[in-house]
Design a protein. Sequence first.
Length: 175
Amino acid sequence: MTRNYKEIMNDINTFVFDVDGVLTDSSVFVTNEGEMLRTMNIRDGYAMKAAVESGYNVCIISGGSNEGVRIRLRNLGINDIYLGTPDKVATFKEYTDLHNIKPENVLYMGDDIPDFHVMQLVGLPTSPQDASPEIKNICRYISHVKGGKGAARDVIEQVMKVQGKWMEHFSGKHD
């Protein structure tokens, strides 16, 4: 009998996110100097910070490489940030081995072909609403929210609510 995604959420202790198309809306603004600027959703950031502070592992694995993105994520308390990653499967295996994480306890959110193979290794593959059809076909959960518009917040909040940790996190010590 196949478990539904809400049941699988009980087992999640690790979130892994792609950047472009998941934490951003896939748009890139290019300056005259050639710098590529992205926008990230504040609510996604708030949820990622809440997850870190609640003891979840949060990891970023992205083929893109942007120091501004790294700085933003570090400011949220995320330490496991792999940018410019040509082989997401190898990086994922390295990360899970290093931290002794079982793949079945991982929620991975990806949106496009570079995420395909690594998403097949995890307990809960998820995607934003506007992910590619190939990715949506392998997902156990597809967010109702588009990438860069709160899709990461959606899955983090759901996992934390299923585990009874969402409102527990807000004990009055946060702004």
